[in-house]
Design a protein around this ligand. Structure first.
Ligand SMILES: Nc1nc2c(ncn2[C@@H]2O[C@H](COP(=O)(O)OP(=O)(O)OP(=O)(O)O)[C@@H](O)[C@H]2O)c(=O)[nH]1
Ligand SMILES: [Mg+2]
Length: 262
């Protein structure tokens, strides 16, 4: 469990302490993961106890070895007299069966009260994490979504075709699944109470876990935080025809589930 120690002035701030688990699914992210961990540690506010859980599907580029070394080095460099407010875990999966499966596996290792999910490729800027935490503090029963499509949200680096595809897919989901209030239901960057994950049985496969949460979660509020999505600069995208096919299949599956529950 995430245990509280107060050696870094953590409880001296007026804000309530947040117990946070951050899940980062990785596949061939050797060029990004080290820098990303540095950035997350730097940006998580000091009223948080956090655990960072990297879920790697045995990436051939050695991502998990980099994380293992990072954890060892981090343990050595930390002054033992200072109680750390974060720790890092690596979950090494042996089978690659998609992003949703990786996140769901990561949830089993979480002990934080709240779970934040983000990509490893710097499309999701760690600088937004404090704003998302502020939102959940004022609204503990909310799903806090980092959104590209709410006012002041932007996308940098995507060609017109990719933007169109993303906007079109979001529209299909919003209309078809009746989640009109959410501007970015396909965001992969969100924060919510752990209980929401525990109450849902995930049926879809592929990429869009938030969509399934939005369809199945009961009695939750939605908060959206604008951010600028930047296309990855390092490593390879896993986006392809199979991702599009999985998306269509899961929207259809969720559509049938939402109709049955009415
Ligand atoms: N563990 C695991 N992680 C995955 C898998 N597929 C993708 N990821 C990770 O999930 C995150 C999102 O994947 P991306 O390839 O960036 O996919 P995307 O963001 O939809 O596509 P781009 O916009 O092209 O970057 C990244 O951190 C990937 O490393 C998978 O099968 N298993
Ligand atoms: Mg990406």
């Amino acid at each position: 469990m995430l245990v509280s120690n107060d050696n870094q002035g953590l409880l001296s701030s007026n804000k309530k302490v947040v117990y946070l688990s951050i899940i980062i699914p990785t596949y061939n992210e050797s060029e990004n993961i080290e820098k990303l961990l540095d950035k997350i540690i730097l940006n998580v506010p000091n009223n948080c106890y956090s655990e960072i859980i990297v879920v790697d599907d045995d990436s051939p580029d050695g991502t998990s070895k980099i994380v293992t070394d990072y954890i060892k080095h981090d343990e050595k460099k930390t002054n033992p007299s200072i109680n750390k407010t974060y720790h890092i875990k690596l979950v090494n999966k042996k089978n690659k069966n998609g992003l949703i499966a990786a996140i769901v596996e990561g949830v089993k290792y979480c002990s934080g009260e709240n779970i934040l999910v983000m990509d490893a490729d710097f499309s999701h800027p760690p600088e937004i994490i404090p704003k998302m935490i502020e939102e959940i503090q004022t609204n503990p029963n909310a799903i806090v979504i980092a959104s590209r499509y709410v006012k002041n949200g932007f996308i940098i680096g995507w060609p017109f075709k990719r933007r169109l595809l993303s906007k079109g897919a979001a529209k299909i989901a919003r209309i078809g699944l009746q989640i009109h209030k959410v501007t970015d239901p396909m965001s992969g960057f969100f924060l919510c109470p752990r209980r929401i994950f525990e109450e849902i049985r995930f049926d879809t496969k592929g990429y869009k876990l938030l969509l399934e949460i939005l369809v199945k979660a009961n009695n939750v509020n939605i908060r959206e935080v604008p951010y600028t999505f930047t296309d990855r600069k390092s490593g390879k995208s896993k986006m392809g025809m199979n991702v599009i096919f999985d998306y269509i299949t899961s929207v259809w599956q969720l559509y049938r589930i939402s109709r049955k529950s009415k």
